[in-house]
Ligand binder design. Structure first.
Ligand SMILES: NC(=O)C1=CN([C@@H]2O[C@H](COP(=O)(O)OP(=O)(O)OC[C@H]3O[C@@H](n4cnc5c(N)ncnc54)[C@H](O)[C@@H]3O)[C@@H](O)[C@H]2O)C=CC1
Ligand SMILES: O=P(O)(O)OC[C@H]1O[C@](O)(CO)[C@@H](O)[C@@H]1O
Length: 390
């Protein structure tokens, strides 16, 4: 069995590639980072280290890697031969891989009319559907009809903290022991392959992806923005402060109300999910920089994303979101000169002011909500974070 995975980053190597290899796939990565590609091809392997107290290491082998720019033809050939295609390149990069995948699928349909699933595993709701839409933009109606006959785009939810560390053995993928990869079986087109080891197959992904994205990813981003405002370097040092942990729990307790309402989870289930989440974030074997977790604030502040959608939903339900509003204000104060989105956001605020920035980047038009975030923004500028969150 051949699997082709786009994105040999933290999640690609530490999570998706790791499980595909365990399932027995011959795995080939596609990336644009020549250093990672070379490192994988030099040894046809890479290392994964568990973020547990023993730092357990495993070698994933055999694997190969291709460069999607320099080795376009080989990638297209690999698409025609693959039994499964997966991706984790970042939601913003799906449009960039859509072209080569489209070309590969057309070539595949000429000679290989077997069914194929294509799964985009990103921190987003319905990432595979997004990839499908990007491919659709490039295809004629007839081509897309043909693609849809043979290619499925099942959506998924992925949950595992994955980092990397340079070592004498090259780039080691660091992953927490916990993981959850949920795939919507009802959207799959090829049900003949063996199940991927460790994957949970469901017919309704909505509860899983919503719980994961709007609780875990929301709270992780919230900790990063609040931690940054407090001058903390890591998620772990931020949550080591009892007031900070209490605050993040208050934010989670606001958001959980609509998750329970919309997705039929019991209050007890969500409470233990929250406890587990905080415990995972505090894992003392990880040192996770707030700049990494808070990365790409423009994406994270957009209309359907982890911070803004919960705020809109709580507002519509007439439920309090005072703590979440502070988090959103803090996200507008996030700075990192190496993060293009943070730089762009800050420049915009300087030029046009916070109110216009809220309107532009969050898409929120409701005056009451804009005023609320604006008020918290100025409070955070004038007072210490600890006095704002107390
Ligand atoms: N790191 C984590 O703990 C988690 C990450 N995620 C999600 O997984 C996805 C990947 O995240 P990470 O692995 O952390 O990011 P990463 O930055 O470590 O890896 C992304 C990889 O995609 C490659 N890439 C970018 N554009 C490409 C293109 N056009 N063609 C081929 N390769 C391309 C990059 O070179 C990089 O190697 C993101 O959507 C993220 O939100 C989800 C859960 C946990
Ligand atoms: O690209 P994003 O959305 O920041 O995703 C990566 C983040 O998702 C998480 O899995 C959970 O929040 C983090 O480990 C990681 O910082």
């Amino acid at each position: 069995m051949q699997a082709l995975h786009f994105g040999a980053g933290n999640i690609g190597r530490g999570f998706i590639g790791y499980l595909l290899n365990k399932t027995g796939y011959n795995l080939c990565f596609v990336d644009v980072n020549e250093e990672i590609i070379k490192a994988i091809n030099d040894t046809n392997s890479y290392k994964v280290e568990l973020l547990d107290s023993d730092s357990t290491q495993e070698t994933v082998s055999p694997v190969t890697a291709l460069n999607s720019i320099k080795e376009r033809k080989k990638v297209i050939q690999a698409i025609t031969d693959a039994d499964l295609i997966t991706a984790s390149v970042g939601i913003e990069n799906l449009e960039k891989i859509a072209g080569i995948i489209f070309e590969g699928l057309l070539k595949r349909l000429e000679k290989n009319k077997t069914k194929l699933d294509l799964i985009a595993n990103e921190n987003a709701v319905r990432a595979s559907s997004t990839l499908k839409k990007e491919i659709e933009k490039k295809a004629s109606k007839k081509e897309m009809k043909q693609i849809c006959k043979y290619v499925g785009f099942p959506n998924s939810a992925i949950d595992r903290l994955a980092l990397s560390r340079e070592s004498e053995d090259g780039l080691v993928a660091l992953v927490e022991p916990f993981y959850e990869w949920v795939i919507n079986r009802s959207e799959m087109i090829n049900l003949e392959l063996p199940e991927i080891e460790g994957v949970i197959y469901v017919d309704d992904l909505d509860p899983y992806i919503n719980r994961k994205f709007y609780l875990i990813n929301m709270a992780h981003a919230a900790t990063a923005y609040i931690g940054f405002a407090a001058g903390e370097e890591t998620i772990q040092s931020t949550l080591a402060e009892p007031e900070m942990e209490k605050f993040i729990r208050r934010v989670l307790n606001e958001v959980k109300k609509y998750i329970i309402k919309d997705f039929d989870f019991s209050s007890e289930d969500i409470e233990s999910y929250i406890d587990k989440t905080i415990k995972r974030f505090k894992n003392e074997n990880i040192s996770d920089n707030v700049l990494r977790v808070g990365r790409a604030p423009i994406r994270k502040l957009s209309y359907e994303e982890r911070l803004i959608k919960p705020l809109r939903n709580l507002f519509e339900l007439d439920l309090a979101a005072d703590n979440l509003s502070i988090v959103i204000a803090a996200a507008f104060l996030f700075k990192n000169k190496d993060d293009q989105e943070a730089v762009k956001l800050n420049k915009y605020i300087q030029a046009k002011g916070i109110e216009k920035a809220i309107l532009k980047f969050t898409g929120i038009e409701n005056k009451e909500l804009i005023d609320k975030i604006t008020k918290e923004y100025y409070k955070l500028k004038e007072q210490s974070i600890k006095s704002v969150i107390k």
